[in-house]
Ligand binder design. Sequence first.
Ligand code: CS2
Length: 498
Amino acid sequence: MASFKLNNQNLSQIAAKVLVPQYNRSILKTGIVHVGIGGFHRSHQAYYTDQLLHDETTKDWGICGVALLDFDAKIYNTLKEQDGLYTLIVKELDGSLTKSVIGSIVEYLFAPEDPKKVIEKMASPEVKIISLTITEGGYNYDEATGAFNFGNTLIQQDLDNPQAPKTIFGYLTQALKLRKERSLKGCTIQSCDNIQGNGHVAKKMLLSYVRVAEPGLVAWIEANVSFPNAMVDRITPATSALDIEILKESSDIDDAWPVVCEPFKQWVIEDDFIEGRPAWETVGAQFVEDVVPYEKMKLRLLNAGHSVLGILGALYGFSTIDEAASNADISSFLRIYMGNEVTPTLGGLEGVNLKNYKFSLIQRFGNTYIKDQIDRICSQSSAKIPIFILPVVYEQLEKKGSIDYAAFVIAAFAIYSVGVNEFGTQLIIKDAMEIVLNEKAILSRKNPEAFLEIESIFGKLKSNETFVEAYIKAYQNIVQNGIEKSVKDINSNVLNEI
Ligand code: CS2
């Protein structure tokens, strides 16, 4: 049977097999501009919003998706050809697929094609929220100092050429400037990235830029723009050609870029939306006063857990996260890391059963249907490690707690960054710091400490004797005895904690 290309016109045929939006998309106002319309936005915020739009009274919260980078042309073109529609495929724990067509993205813009249009959209009075998934590295701060990185050539270009920006900071500055000049209201800038205090970081970085680019705008932003913190969560691997094929075969939908994800989802948000917000709590989001404990829990357990599985898994020669999670030694390593090194840094979490949370993570990582790619997890580790792993190291060093497992992961990452594992498998280093990582990794073969000299990742860690000692021990153990034996060794003296 022929398949139907996913677009408005074919929705009624598609509805015979898959749930489609039950609301009138053509009358929605665009209340949200979202920058970064990758898989995660489409499995998370756009999904929650779609659920909400099924409530007939809600018409103000359509989303305009902005593709910011040249690299994003493909997703822009796909959304354009499909009238903003895409299929969300939830891979349930029993392997069944729950599919639905999501309709909350009602407009889409490609910034490199028409920067002015994006600036105007962000400044539009009906837009109340500009939300972001621009990745951890997109916030442009120096890990070691916490300061905005003016050395970035794109930032310099935005300062020289403000009307045709390339970075999110250039866009936001121009849009907020228009709002001020036109005596319009402010808006909320809502980060949806995996960063501790993501709202605070977004605010601090934007203001650092504005202080140089448009100093007259600083006070207006402080008074008229809010930056809520949030914890976001839903594992969303890269879509494979097989996912596209299966969708076509099983549901007759020809979708060039469906999104696949796990059933679990969580969104904990600080209720600080200066011009109002969708009632996302009616579709499962939690609004709380203080997001910090939730963020810490998620970044230090889930995201760090992913990095542990990804980096060790790559050295073992695995290609998906579930393969790494089902290896008994890696799994013990992860449990001990979570129990002995992360948990002591989490403090109390009212209303959250931490033990259950950790157990549920082990189950989520082990979901054999998700096939989350180790390459995806290891990509951009230079931005992830300082957020997911190093804060735990600093706190543990301070209170003289264990750091051996974290040091082992860093040593494994130094070995990973050579680009090939001990079995001869090529490892993909997809990272903004790829060249430095690789150079230092090669130097580390003679002198393992060389890797810790990358100050923008490791700050002053190279002068901490306790850490360096544990790191060198782990490095030498891996190189001399191989990854499998060295993971067994480090696990051998410790109870299988969680
Ligand atoms: C992952 C995240 O990028 C990573 O390393 O840990 O993408 C993770 O899958 C999401 O944060 C899940 O919410």
